[in-house]
Design a protein around this ligand. Structure first.
Ligand code: GLU
Length: 513
């Protein structure tokens, strides 16, 4: 049987990295096995439903490179792919009618007050919590008919079989057993006629021919219910694959403090989708060898469920930045300029930076000031229209030094600004030294025509020898600060050659002033 997997988000908020990992494992397994990846929208909980969430999921998935073969946005042989529409089509009613007829489910008419009383009674008497049959599991058909005729609202519950061992053979966790006597009778159809998640998801998994259910391990406690639903329906359950939770490097629950956020925020932050995919795939999954940087095709080829780790996966933002930097360095410079153009004009970019407020303890997400990212990138790209060669070379020099696309604005600012912004500390430390005016005047005297890296280096070394400087530091640091406003950056000779004589002359004059 060919592999069929589904990603089944509930549209209740934005798509986060944890969910992306599940979706990615689905995609990698499906592609590796030549199977199908399905998107199903589990929107039966109308109270928590957010209409814009589905659109956001689809956009985030498309950006990340996770492709679906079937789903509400692409159609497919099992349409509709939204559970609310499947409910309207009578899909769950058809199954529940069969289960009513076979006696596997029953109608329960307790009011919410009666259920509260039951709960209180169980708590006071330290009894197992839950609905183990109440007045209705064994009620006579006459009693049920009477309640129905009286128009009492009811839910439909699964009749969990007593004295059974329910066994899960999980692809990650191995064997887990439950005693069916501790399971209460779950609601499958709510009083408003909506199926619960448990019922709708299992019906759909069966009808859509799902072979593997990949999801977070927070669903393990629900597995006995799910297996019981499959059993009641007389269906073969899929293989369950419960992935361990993702924590921060400190082992604590993942949050923004660890740099974790919604998938589309990573886009706005200047991460490349291939790098994010690579990084996320390696949270809790290992290709078995010491491989780290893997393009999407390599991930697909290497993916196997046996590589999933039972221990919690760690989300290490520094590693993500490192990985993104690696992908940036592997790009051609014209390709990178094109990427920067798409990035700066992309959806959500301006809004993200305009509204960005770091959370308490959140690690820095960009080089320089977040609020200035859009303006600085725009200035770089405007200059690229007028002087492409200059900007391409500036990007090339900074390519080694950035981790995200958003970093380029700040990193290249001193190439772009007519007068670079001075770091006051750097200026105070290096520009006030006694030997500096003479050094700058000497450099200015050399600047005519064009300059090469070799020229710049030769001039400074000549000066060093002539004036008995033991080290190059007292010469290169003031020059760097005067020319860039900073103490760190690309190689000095390279950036001098790129700035060229005119910019250098102006900046040295300004620094002397
Ligand atoms: N709709 C559920 C969720 O959003 C899916 C759980 C499952 O994959 O079975 O978490």
């Amino acid at each position: 049987m060919s592999v069929r997997v589904r990603f089944a988000p509930s549209p209740t908020g934005r798509l986060h990295v944890g969910a992306l990992r599940t979706a990615l494992f689905d995609y990698l397994l499906a592609r590796n096995a030549g199977g199908a990846n399905i998107l199903r929208i589990e929107d039966t909980d109308r109270g928590r439903y957010q209409p814009e969430a589905e659109v956001e999921f689809i956009e985030a998935m498309a950006w990340s490179g996770v492709v679906f073969d079937e789903g509400p946005h692409v159609g497919g042989p099992h349409a509709p792919y939204r559970q609310s529409e499947r409910k309207e089509a009578g899909i769950y009613a058809e199954q529940i009618d069969k289960l009513l007829a076979s006696g596997h489910v029953y109608k329960a008419f307790e009011t919410s007050q009666e259920l509260d009383e039951m709960r209180t009674y169980q708590q006071i008497n330290k009894l197992p919590q839950g609905y183990f049959g109440g007045d209705w599991r064994d009620a006579s058909p006459e009693k049920v008919a009477e309640a129905e005729a009286a128009g009492k609202p009811y839910v439909i519950r699964l009749r969990i079989q007593r004295n059974k061992t329910i066994v899960l053979q999980d692809a990650v966790r191995g064997r887990i057993e439950w005693d069916s006597n501790v399971l209460d009778d779950p609601v499958l159809i709510k009083a408003d006629g909506m199926p619960t998640y448990h019922f709708a998801a299992m019906v759909d998994d069966h009808l859509m021919g799902i072979t593997h259910v990949i999801r977070g391990e927070e669903w393990i406690p629900s597995v006995p219910k799910h297996l019981a639903i499959f059993q009641a329906c007389g269906w073969e359950p899929p293989i369950f694959v419960h992935c361990p939770v993702i924590t921060g490097p400190d082992g604590k629950k993942l949050s923004k403090r660890h740099g974790a956020t919604s998938v589309l925020d990573y886009r706005a932050m200047g991460f490349l989708p291939e790098a994010l995919m690579n990084f996320v795939a390696l949270i809790g999954w290992s290709p078995g060898e010491d491989r780290e940087v893997m393009a999407p095709d390599e991930l697909i080829q290497a993916f196997a469920l046996s590589g999933l780790q039972p221990s919690p996966g760690k989300f290490d933002f520094d590693k993500l930045k490192w990985m993104n930097g690696t992908y940036i360095r592997n790009m051609t410079v014209p390709g990178l300029l094109q990427k920067l153009r798409e990035f700066a004009s992309g959806d959500g970019f301006e809004a993200f930076w305009a509204g960005f407020v770091p959370e308490d303890g959140q690690p820095p997400i960009v080089q320089g000031e977040p609020a200035r990212v859009p303006a600085r990138l725009r200035a770089l790209l405007d200059l690229a229209d007028r002087d492409p060669d200059y900007v391409l070379r500036a990007i090339e020099l900074e390519q080694e030094r950035v981790t995200t696309l958003a970093d380029f604005g700040d990193a290249c600012a001193f190439f772009v600004d007519v007068a670079p912004e001075m770091d006051p500390k750097a200026a105070a430390k290096w520009l006030g030294q006694e030997h500096v005016p003479a050094l700058f005047s000497y450099m200015q005297s050399k600047l005519s025509g064009s300059v090469t890296e070799a020229d710049c280096e030769a001039w400074v070394r000549e000066y060093q020898a002539a004036h008995g400087f033991e080290k190059l530091g007292p010469l290169v640091h003031p020059l760097r600060v005067a020319l860039t406003g900073r103490t760190a950056g690309p190689g000095l000779w390279e950036l001098m050659a790129l700035l060229g004589p005119d910019r250098m002359r102006t900046r040295l004059t300004a620094a002397l002033g």
